[in-house]
Design a protein around this ligand. Sequence first.
Ligand code: HEC
Length: 250
Amino acid sequence: MSFLRSRFVQAALILVLSAVILRFGIRPPAPWSVFTLYMAVVFLAVLIFVSSDSDSWRGFIRPIRSTLVDPDQRVLRSALVVVIPLLLGYYAYTQAAAKPQAPAELRAVHPAPPDTIQFRGKQINISGAENPLRKDQASRQKHVAAGAALYIRNCVYCHGDNLDGQGHFARGFNPPPANFQDPGTIAMLQEAYLFWRIAKGGPGLPRESTPWNSVMPSWEDRLTEEQIWQVIMYLYDATGQQPRRWETAH
Ligand code: HEC
């Protein structure tokens, strides 16, 4: 074990050991900046240690100098001339290369609705359901007016008095309140879909509609079944949009 007496080998061993301990011996792992800082301190301490007297310093320098100038170290020297730039180049490459990024989190704005929901202890079909109030054309105006009153009382401060999602509170929310004037909302949805969304709100959304929490309230405890169908009629009436029909092709 005589090589252990060489100052150079001692210094190298201390550095390698400290690196291993700092990297793998600390839980949770220390950040890279802390690691490099501690390694710099260890490196300085090792330099002080090997240069504490001239014999020790010469012992430390000897293998370095011999590698650099001795004729019989030519092979090692040539190998280092190739390997060191390669390592540096590889390091620079790994730093500069594009890293795989986690995909941006996408939110399903209109997830598939459930087939049925529980509404105040009653089961309501969503899949294939139509707005029952539309059967009675004579009471249409009455339902729309009732829906307007419900809208002003409950929805306006988020969805806005122009139904454009610009209510007083809107700016504070992410995702923002739906803009019903936009063809991307109620115009492409069935009325039963809206019934589900209004009854169950943000809390009723399935997981694919996260990561953001919708503040859309769940209205099932505050509005009756008929009131929800009325406010839906108002949404279409006020925006001039037509609800999407259920595809009958099956
Ligand atoms: C506290 C604010 C707030 C209130 C009050 C509110 N909403 Fe919403 N609503 C939202 C937000 C935010 C969204 C968008 C996120 C989502 O889809 O859940 C939304 C979405 C909706 C949607 C879904 C539209 C789509 O394209 O999927 C409907 C329908 C809706 N609201 C109707 C209503 C009705 C009707 C009322 C009143 C009874 C109401 N909202 C009250 C915040 C609100």
